[in-house]
Design a protein around this ligand. Structure first.
Ligand code: LLP
Length: 417
């Protein structure tokens, strides 16, 4: 569900014409819908109304502070994986006691920052990290609230680059070794065990892997109980998929039903870390056709957005629906490759795609780009990063300016030698 639709043949975001944004802000440009973000958050949150829960939005999916602020006002917490994400979440007004911190490589500087802010909990990913967090909490005269991120060894049946809960992945602590790790944590003076955590992967389109993981966690929680550990939080991570093309992922209410059925009477607060399902279909990447080029084999639409703006097609072979901002049924369709200006063959947004016949100068909308779009963008080929716009009703605001050429070299210097 989203709020990008045609009115009289022209694509709008809520009540704002995309052509208007393109002419005033320029392209390439990310555009997010306030109404879609709000709807998605409320639906997900509302699906767990029956039990105590906190929805910690995965900041990595979309870290613009304008977007985080919208979600924070709806009651979202944050799932962070770096000091930078903590900084953004706090800047956006998300309270520290609704922030969970995952990630296999937390540095001392980041740990100290999070301890100082008083976050809800650290999701521990290794024995060494547990030791360091205990030491840092001791040094700062505080106690670190922790959960162990358990690697339950389930196959999420998603793209291998985004599966995280299998034995061969770098994430979490093996489910069979977790009990031992909790025992060690019990002995530590400066940590307080508050939870159990897991996150098995992203863009999951089926429920069984989530349920399998939960079953394994339940066994662990029982064992913890036997050794005198009772937890306050069960963090089940993120991962629920969205329809990019013809996938049919479960609705958040079906996801909730499956998990709550398995949990029956939950004596702790559930935490979820959704990213994509909240932001994915709430954003598009707007781009302009620069040139049309025909070779003996192909027709290329060369657009002003590239793999540096949206890397998902190049990196994962991901599908993003692409539609013209103005539709004209009389023009007919053709098969094209939609490519960017970057000097790599992997710089494509779509290949062999059926699209309405278009002319240079016209605009295209790359759909479902609100998650892992801007956040994964780079300056490759010294391309300034795109602007980001948030639309609400008939208003829009630029929530991140387009970078300039000057910005590209701002932190660099020519050495004195
Ligand atoms: N929690 C943790 C610990 C995570 O690592 C992730 C995503 C999430 C939550 C949120 O997952 P979501 O609900 O968004 O599926 N760049 C890839 C996705 C990488 C996901 C990494 N972790 C992509 O563009 O598909």
């Amino acid at each position: 569900m989203h709020h990008f639709f045609y009115k009289d043949g022209e694509l709008f975001c809520e009540d704002v014409s995309l052509k208007k944004i393109a002419s005033e802000v320029g392209t390439p440009c990310y555009i997010y819908s306030h109404a879609t973000l709000t709807h998605h958050f409320r639906v997900f949150d509302g699906s767990f109304d029956a039990v105590p829960h906190i929805i910690c939005f995965a900041v990595k999916a979309n870290s613009n502070i304008g977007v985080l602020h919208v979600l924070g006002k709806l009651g979202a917490g944050a799932d962070i994986v770096s000091g930078g994400e903590l900084y953004r979440a706090r800047k956006a007004g998300i309270p520290a006691d609704r922030i969970v911190y995952s990630g296999v490589g937390k540095t001392i500087e980041e740990i100290d920052y999070a301890l100082g802010e008083g976050i809800l909990m650290f999701n521990i990913e290794s024995s060494q990290e547990l030791k360091v967090i205990n030491e840092r909490a001791g040094a700062l005269g505080t106690k670190a609230p922790i959960a162990i991120r358990v690697n339950p060894d389930v196959d999420p049946r998603t793209h291998p680059y985004i599966s995280t809960g299998m034995k061969k992945n770098k994430f979490g602590i093996d489910v069979d070794l977790a009990l031992e790790e909790y025992r060690r944590a019990m002995e530590l003076e400066h940590v307080e065990i508050v939870g159990v955590d897991c996150h098995i992967g992203s863009q999951l389109t089926e429920l069984p892997p989530f349920v399998d993981a939960l079953r394994r966690l339940k066994v662990l929680i029982e064992r913890l109980h036997d050794i005198g550990i009772s937890i306050r939080y069960l963090d089940l991570g993120g991962g629920l998929g969205i329809p990019y093309s013809d996938e049919k992922p479960p609705h958040p209410s079906e996801y909730a039903e499956a998990l709550l059925h398995e949990l029956k009477g939950v004596p702790y607060t559930l935490i979820f870390e959704p990213g994509r399902v909240i932001a994915g279909n709430a954003g598009i990447l707007l781009t302009r056709i620069l040139y049309i080029k025909e070779t003996p084999l192909k027709k290329f639409l060369i657009v002003d957005a590239a793999m540096n703006d949206l890397i998902r097609p190049s990196l994962y072979g991901a599908y993003h629906h692409i539609q013209p901002v103005e539709i004209d049924g009389s023009r007919g369709e053709e098969i094209v490759d939609i490519v960017g200006p970057i000097c790599e063959t992997s710089d494509f947004l779509a290949r062999d795609r059926k699209l309405q016949k278009c002319n240079s100068g016209e605009y295209l909308a790359v759909m479902s780009a609100g998650a892992y779009g801007f956040t994964m963008s780079s300056n490759y080929n010294s391309r300034p990063r795109a602007a980001e716009v948030l639309v609400k009703g008939d208003k829009y605001e630029v929530v991140r300016q387009r970078e300039s050429w000057e910005d590209l070299v701002r932190l660099e210097r020519i050495p004195t030698f």
